[in-house]
Design a binder for this molecule. Structure first.
Ligand code: SIN
Ligand code: FE
Length: 296
């Protein structure tokens, strides 16, 4: 049988769903084992004045998203006058608050440990985007970012399709992380602390990249660069309709965006200590495969 990402559909149409402990446990188990929580009835409303921000023309042309950065919350990737940028910021901040409320209600044990990171508004069509293979999210990958070591913290994301023309966001989802890791770990070069220090001095990384982030980044790059893997790895297409939301550990679930325009996204970082099923996290999967401890 083809082993691909399991999807659990939740009927909620509010960012404040009522859930009980049994449901919360089920959601934790599902997510932490590489499943997706799919909320087909959960959209995010723009006011009449905000609808203009669905145009891709607000992009500064350099970044693929308009976003509020982690703690700083200053707007990036956009152009506009002070008033327009403030209105865009307010819209993105409102989404961030809704996404945080959603996590608080679905997965209350993650709060207050889940740290909100970037919040983005993605109005550029994903299908035609012209980019380097490494940044090309149309290729199957698990998230890992060259400049931003997580030091073992997990990458949990809330996505909402805000397409005003009723168009879905199309994803492919791949095989379990462990299968991908078993295939590519032998190709990951040995970690060098000296090299990590060097690139940190150059400002290529925002903090010293440890062995965990070294491996995660190489797995990300190896999967994206391997045309045979992209073509032949088990994968399942899934359409996230307009006005739907989904929650996913994007460092664990292999995913690729095929097409779609207009999406909002909130990233959270969660320390491994706050997981309910730590055995299922990428670090522990990798450690079982390499049969030794790895540092974060
Ligand atoms: C991603 O690969 O993390 C982004 C997916 C998307 O833009 O739909
Ligand atoms: Fe990704």
């Amino acid at each position: 049988m083809l082993e691909v990402t399991p999807i659990l559909e939740l009927p909620f149409n509010s960012f404040k769903p009522n859930t009980d402990i049994k449901q919360q446990r089920m959601y934790l188990r599902h997510l932490e084992h590489g499943g997706i929580l799919f909320l087909p009835n959960l959209g995010f409303n723009f006011t009449a004045d905000e609808k203009c921000f669905l145009s891709p023309d607000w992009s500064d042309g350099k970044s693929k998203n308009i976003y509020l950065r982690g703690n700083e919350r200053n707007i990036k990737g956009a152009k506009g006058n002070t008033e327009e940028l403030a209105a865009m910021s307010a819209l993105i901040e409102r989404y961030s608050q809704n996404a945080t409320t959603l996590i608080t209600h679905l997965l209350p044990s993650y709060m207050p440990h889940a740290k909100p990171a970037n919040t983005s508004l993605r109005c550029i069509e994903a299908a035609g985007r012209n980019t380097s293979w490494r940044k090309d999210d149309r290729r199957l990958h698990a998230d890992a970012f060259p400049s931003k070591p997580t030091h073992g913290e997990r990458i949990l994301r809330v996505f909402t399709n805000v397409n005003p023309h009723n168009r879905p966001r199309m994803w492919n989802m791949g095989e379990p992380f462990a299968n991908m890791a078993a295939r590519f770990l032998p190709k990951v070069p040995n970690y060098s602390r000296q090299q990590a220090k060097f690139i940190n001095t150059l400002g290529i990384t925002k903090s010293l990249r440890g062995e965990y982030d070294h491996i995660m980044l190489h797995l990300h790059d190896l999967t994206k660069a391997d045309a045979d893997y992209q073509a032949s790895a088990p994968q399942m297409r899934f359409e996230f309709p307009a006005n739907s939301s989904w929650v996913v550990y994007s460092d664990l679930v292999l995913h690729a965006v095929l097409s779609g325009q207009h999406m909002m996204e909130q990233t959270f970082h969660l320390p491994q200590e706050n997981l309910s099923f730590p055995d299922a996290c990428p670090k522990n999967i990798i450690e079982r495969l390499v049969k030794r401890h790895i540092n974060c």
